[in-house]
Ligand binder design. Structure first.
Ligand code: BGC
Length: 769
């Protein structure tokens, strides 16, 4: 008896991930052991196959013969299929017509809402409000799960410092600290503390890793980065999402250290599993396995072998696993234990989602009707949108507008519903979106006369327009010549007290495979704006776009500028809320707005260099441009309000600390204006001297305070040695004693109040992270 037990233990140790693997859930283990004991090799490989079928195509290939493969048990999951009818049909096929009746995963890109579409992720991040973002993710999960889905390819947590990259719109911006908080919030919102409730979605953290650092901002391009840079700035949000319990991780299209992520054993196994302890499953991005041939790693069979050995469990669309794994196992190139391990991970996810108990997770048309696009969800979308807008400029309090007089409402995005949804709009229907024109007339009342003119199409270049019609905006094109459109708009402006110009990108100009080399407004819109400004009427520029734009001329000539990103289905109402002052804007940028494309990459947490630019432009041999300043047009953290906030001096509880003590850093913030408003108080930390060079500052805390006019509140942050930590030259996550500077203020640049302190005495032995 003893000997038998010993043998079992030895087998379990010897073949990790084999048939007898153990998790913390013995009931689940027992169930999966039993099931896997009955599975053939082909059926196990089938679980590793993810196919696209249904409503959307998000890559260059479409899966074929899906239904037959489902019946044969050669599919583990599908994506792009939703609605109770479609999901039930396919799921019934899997559970009733395949030999073992294993249910399918149903995935989808629920990125910023399912049918109630919230602002694009970059906009949501500008709320600096993880609780609100968690609520949005919760609503998205409630709607999507009612529509039959159980898995979302979100959160996208790629740090991006290059706005040429169109997918900057899908992430939280450039900062790892804020990015990590948002990543956690989204995982919590989707998974709601576990997956057993049927109104949850399994999260998928993507794109692992470093996808946002594509060279020259061109999508899918090469990434090359030092380990230190990865650990310090790019990896924290992925890790935060993993620690929050995300059930799955998606590989990225790019290479990491000359090995595509999908074949990168160091990334997927050494780092993600062994160092971070990730226990969910890893799925590739769309056809990423077969794309490794183009990267230069060999034929499809080799690619499949490399991906499996690196730690990829599930193959999205390429079917390289389905095609080559049987042969690779037969020839002994892939051990059976790897197949068992990957299969087990997929089955565990299904078990945790409760699919073996109810493969439909209670999705019915009735539930979908009750849960989707409810007035309450729409209200949440409106609030989120208003909070995501960033007031960039407001000369002489041009905003908020009075609810009287004539407003000329101009621009291709002024009476446009489709683009409001942004580039990943999932199941969102643009017809349910409220455009700005409707929003303004809903809010304005009878004393306001809105004079609308389109003024320009989104773009005039015929080739680009055709492309966008195919992949982007279905917004109708006005066939009149550009000059006639402008003349009509100028005439409307002439009759108005104020011009509201709603300009920017069409939704398809950002997002996947939508990189741009110039980041200004499209030429025709720029010309329209210049003509409007030339009328001498005050111009409020309402911007819609999925990335930072270069807006130097606009900032000089428009009286006010409001960045509204793509605000989602309630975008138009939210724009009206802010323009009329029913909501006082509080959003803050989470990506730097450059003056010029030539400054890119530009980000707040840069290094000082040995020759930092000095104030005097006559000085040579310093790190600067001859033709423009180094600093951005709008820095990270920036955003105005209809009121102003005054900061007192920074007060430190001590200026000398040692070891594991706690520092309290406080500042008095006063609402110095006449309207109630919300400020995001930001704490930046720097260490001017350390064993490796550090950024000039790093965000280490933020708090939101809502203040009545004249009200003062003391805002206090607690810092411990944990907040001082960074990756040193040996890649140890540790802190070093020395001098530190704490800066507190309303953005990363202007007018921060600061105080210095010393923190002595290194802690006990360094810990590796
Ligand atoms: C994108 C992913 C997405 C996947 C499935 C890919 O092209 O890179 O972000 O989740 O398609 O739609």
């Amino acid at each position: 008896m003893k000997r038998i037990r010993l043998t079992v233990v030895l087998i379990a140790l010897w073949l990790p991930g084999c048939l007898f693997a153990q998790s913390a859930d013995p009931k689940m283990d027992g169930f999966i052991n039993g099931l896997m004991g009955r599975m053939t090799l082909e059926e196990k490989i089938g679980q590793l196959n993810l196919l696209s079928v249904g409503f959307d195509v998000t890559g260059p290939l479409l899966s074929q013969g899906v239904e037959a493969k489902v019946r044969q048990g050669r599919v583990g999951g599908v994506f792009n299929t939703y609605t109770p009818v479609a999901v039930r049909k396919l799921q019934r096929m899997a559970v009733q017509e395949s030999r073992l009746g294993i249910p399918l995963l149903f995935g989808y890109d629920v990125i910023h809402g399912h049918k109630t579409i919230f602002p694009v992720p970059l906009g949501l991040a500008c709320t600096w409000n993880p609780d609100l973002i968690e609520r949005c993710a919760r609503i998205a999960a409630t709607e999507a799960s009612a529509d039959g889905l159980n898995w979302t390819f979100s959160p996208m947590v790629d740090i991006a410092r290059d706005p040429r990259w169109g997918r900057i719109v899908e992430g939280a911006g450039e900062d790892p600290y804020l990015g990590a908080q948002i990543a956690r919030a989204m995982v919590r919102g989707y998974q709601d503390g576990g997956l057993s409730r049927s109104n949850t979605l399994m999260a998928c953290v993507k794109h692992f890793a470093l996808y946002g650092a594509a060279e020259a901002g061109r999508d899918y391009n090469t990434v090359d980065m030092s380990r230190r840079q990865m650990y310090e700035y790019y990896l924290p949000p992925y890790r935060a999402a993993v620690e929050a319990g995300a059930g799955s991780v998606m590989t990225s299209f790019n290479e990491v250290d000359a090995v595509p992520s999908t074949a990168n054993h160091w990334l997927l196994t050494d780092l993600l599993r062994d160092q971070w302890g990730f226990s969910g499953f890893i799925v590739t991005d769309y056809t990423a396995i077969t794309e490794m041939s183009q990267h230069g790693l060999g034929d499809f069979r080799t690619d499949a072998e490399l991906a499996m050995k690196a730690g990829v469990d599930m193959d999205m669309v390429s079917e390289a696993y389905l095609t080559h794994l049987p042969e690779l196992v037969a020839h002994g190139d892939i051990p059976m234990s790897l197949i068992n391990q990957a299969c087990r991970r997929i089955l565990e996810a299904k078990y945790r989602l409760g699919l073996f108990t109810d493969p439909y997770r209670g999705c019915t048309e009735e539930r979908a009707r009750a849960k989707i696009l409810t007035p309450e969800n729409r209200r949440a979308a409106r609030t989120a949108a208003a909070k995501s807008f960033v007031l960039l400029k407001n000369d002489r309090q041009l905003l908020p507008l009075k609810k009287t007089g004539n407003i000329a409402l101009i621009g291709p995005l002024a009476d446009n519903q489709a683009d409001l949804l942004g580039s990943w709009h999932a199941a969102g229907d643009w017809r349910s979106a409220v455009g700005v024109r409707t929003g303004l007339s809903n809010a304005a009342g009878s004393a306001v006369n809105v004079l609308y003119a389109k003024g320009a199409n989104l773009v005039d270049d015929p080739a680009l327009r055709k492309f966008l019609e195919q992949f982007g905006s279905p917004a109708p094109v006005d066939p009149r010549p550009p000059a006639e459109l402008v003349a009509e708009a100028v005439a409307a402006a002439g009759r108005a007290d104020v011009v509201v110009a709603v300009l920017g990108e069409s939704a398809g100009l950002s997002g996947e495979a939508a990189s741009r080399s110039e980041l200004g407004l499209p030429d025709n819109q720029e010309q329209l704006l210049r003509a409007l400004v030339a009328t001498g009427k005050p111009v409020v520029l309402v911007l819609m776009n999925g990335r930072p734009l270069t807006l130097g001329w606009e900032a000089e000539h428009c009286g006010a500028m409001l960045e509204t990103w793509f605000g989602g289905i309630e975008g138009g109402n939210a724009v009206a809320d802010v323009l009329f002052g029913d909501y006082n804007p509080s959003g803050k940028l989470t990506t730097t707005f450059p003056r010029s494309v030539g400054q890119i990459p530009i980000y707040y947490n840069h290094k000082n260099t040995g020759r930092p630019a000095a104030g005097d432009p006559a000085i040579k041999y310093v790190s600067r441009y001859l033709d423009i300043p180094n600093d951005p047009l709008y820095p990270f953290g920036y955003g105005l309000s209809y009121t102003t906030f005054a900061y007192g001096e920074v007060k430190l509880s001590r200026t000398e600390l040692s070891g594991a003590e706690t520092l309290l850093a406080s500042v008095n913030v006063t609402n110095a204006g006449t309207r109630a408003g919300e400020e995001t108080v930001q704490l930046y930390l720097s260490q001017p001297a350390a064993s490796v060079t550090r950024s000039v500052e790093d965000l280490r805390g933020f708090q939101k305070v809502f203040l009545q006019p004249g009200e003062t509140r003391e805002v206090t942050f607690r810092l411990t040695p944990n907040d001082l930590k960074f990756y040193n030259a040996r890649l140890e996550y540790d802190w070093e004693p020395g001098t530190f500077v704490v800066r507190l203020g309303g953005d990363s640049a202007g007018g921060l109040k600061s105080a210095a302190l010393t923190w002595n005495q290194a802690p006990a032995p360094a810990q590796r992270r």
